[in-house]
Design a binder for this molecule. Structure first.
Ligand SMILES: Nc1ncnc2c1ncn2[C@@H]1O[C@H](COP(=O)(O)OP(=O)(O)OP(=O)(O)O)[C@@H](O)[C@H]1O
Ligand SMILES: [Mg+2]
Length: 134
């Protein structure tokens, strides 16, 4: 697999979410994703970016354009050094929130992407990786 392009974005403020949403849509369009797929990626991006800021205390998103001929993909990696997630099964339950949200961000992002992975531990931060293939 070739990573044909990569970029790192800060995730600290609300304005940073606007930037990564816009960039994800642009990259997805350039890779040839249709509007529906672009919207799925942007929605997942938005939810995970918000979690990084709200629960992770801020962090970064790495975006990677993937090339596995004849397929193209977009991978998003969200990383923070916040408190981590103590009970991952609980966090991945529809409707569970520790912060007065809807509890649908993580599960929604998982459904909207083809690949979904979380590495986290209490005190060790959180790394969420998603990818969608065309
Ligand atoms: N980066 C993170 N660091 C620490 N905890 C997290 C992180 N991301 C998610 N969580 C935990 O997982 C829970 C579920 O996240 P999820 O995005 O599904 O729901 P939510 O953010 O609470 O609500 P919603 O996204 O629907 O507004 C959060 O309430 C939080 O406890
Ligand atoms: Mg959320």
């Amino acid at each position: 697999m070739t990573v044909s392009r990569t970029e790192t974005y800060p995730l600290v403020t609300e304005a940073d979410i606007v930037v990564v949403r816009r960039e994800a849509k642009i990259w997805a369009a350039q890779l040839g994703f249709g509007l529906v797929d672009q919207t799925k990626l942007v929605t997942a991006c938005s939810e995970l970016a918000r979690n990084t800021i709200v629960y992770g205390g801020g962090g970064t998103m790495i975006m990677e354009a993937l090339d596995v001929p004849p397929r193209k993909g977009l991978r998003l990696i969200f990383e923070d050094h916040g408190p981590g997630i103590a009970d991952l099964d609980l966090a991945l339950t529809d409707g569970y929130t520790s912060g007065g949200g809807m509890g649908l961000g993580l599960t929604g992002a998982r459904r909207l992407c083809n690949e979904f992975d979380i590495v986290t531990a209490p005190g060790a931060g959180t790394k969420v990786t998603v990818a969608r293939w065309k």
